[in-house]
Ligand binder design. Structure first.
Ligand code: ATP
Length: 328
């Protein structure tokens, strides 16, 4: 018989994303609803090692559903990668009578949670929080929808100036290994070309596409490029390359950077965070452990952490075709 859970700890780890606060709120309030205690753990695993804990009641999470970032702060912890570090963290949880853990973060954070579970048999539940949407077992991670809205809003503004000056804009968006942001925001903002890590478009194809676009009467163009695109050039090298081959274009580069991670979460992310938080706590109370709570076909679904970590979240290839057709 697993030990009855009377107190749950919650932490945010890795890169922050909009919706993490709404998820913390959901975890805290679901604990209160079920009359169990909840402890906030500051600065992710590092705070767990240092015992940086604070008891959280339903009222402690007032007015955060609409806030970006994370009130619990986030961190990356090298010490947690060591057995000694994890032993300290485990002892702190035991001393504070915390019986289970909800980890809000990306696949690195889930790996930490899984290792911790394997070592100490400690109950853990993951909630996917990252703007990149690169986690297997969920169609959406917390923050992805907000980041898309932010990127689309920026590109809309860039388009105003691109079309006023007949310019070609290269817009770099986040996504080192995954093109979800570039692909979806690119279609939403009407980009002429979208370059993503999952597909090597090739430089020649890009030039050809830009020539076609010019010949079809377009006087300005937007190319959206994911950070980790495989074309083999940085966005600035790409600008030089296109300029050499198409001197008729006046090219500008815009790297959107960290603004994509900030801001108030969208309604979608707030609702998602609320649903995932409820399921994470209730699953732990039912004795489940070592799962990630995600959303599949609009239903909350549990995926073993191991699969969430090892699996690959594929891009929707049909979206590439849609993008091609839209840039006709
Ligand atoms: P993001 O998507 O923003 O990168 P993430 O959760 O993947 O978020 P990471 O920096 O990869 O972020 O991981 C967060 C923390 O998880 C690490 O700093 C470390 O403390 C812990 N962690 C990652 N991998 C392991 C591991 N193999 N063993 C123990 N802990 C780990």
């Amino acid at each position: 018989m697993p030990k009855a859970i009377k107190k749950i700890g919650v932490l945010t780890s890795g890169g922050d994303s909009p919706g993490m606060n709404a998820a913390i709120r959901s975890v805290v309030r679901t604990c209160a609803y079920h009359n169990i205690e909840c402890t906030g753990i500051y600065r992710g695993y590092q705070g767990m090692i240092e015992g940086d804990f604070k008891e959280m009641g339903a009222r402690s999470v007032n007015n955060i559903v609409n806030k970006g970032g994370t009130i619990l702060k986030s961190a990356r912890s090298k010490e947690f990668m060591t057995v000694e570090g994890r032993k300290k963290a485990h002892q702190n949880l035991v001393n504070a009578n915390i019986d289970a853990l909800v980890v809000i973060g990306g696949d690195g954070s889930f790996t930490g949670a899984e290792v911790f579970n394997n070592e100490f048999g400690y109950p853990v539940m993951g909630i996917p929080g990252t703007i990149d949407n690169d986690i297997f077992g969920t169609s959406h991670t917390l923050g992805f929808d907000t980041a898309l809205n932010t990127v689309v809003e920026c590109i809309d503004k860039i388009r105003d100036t691109a079309s006023s000056h007949n310019r070609l804009f290269l817009v770099e968006v986040m996504g080192r290994d995954a093109g979800h942001i570039a692909l979806n925001a690119g279609i939403g903002a009407g980009a002429e070309e979208i370059l993503i890590p999952e597909q090597d478009l090739g430089l020649e194809r890009l030039l050809e596409s830009l020539r076609k676009s010019k010949a079809s009467g377009k006087s300005s163009s937007i190319v959206v490029i994911a950070e980790g695109d495989k074309i083999g050039k940085s966005v600035f090298e790409l600008k030089d390359y296109i300029e050499e081959n198409m001197p008729e274009y006046d090219i500008r580069v815009s790297v959107l950077g960290h603004m994509q991670r900030g801001g108030a979460p969208s309604c979608f992310d707030r609702v998602l965070a609320s649903r995932l938080g409820v399921k994470a706590v209730e699953s732990l109370l039912e004795g489940k452990s070592n799962f990630m709570v995600g959303i599949l076909n609009d239903k909350v679904a549990l995926t073993p952490l191991e699969n969430a970590i090892k699996g690959h979240s594929e891009i929707d290839r049909e979206l590439l075709r849609v993008s091609d057709i839209m840039s006709t």
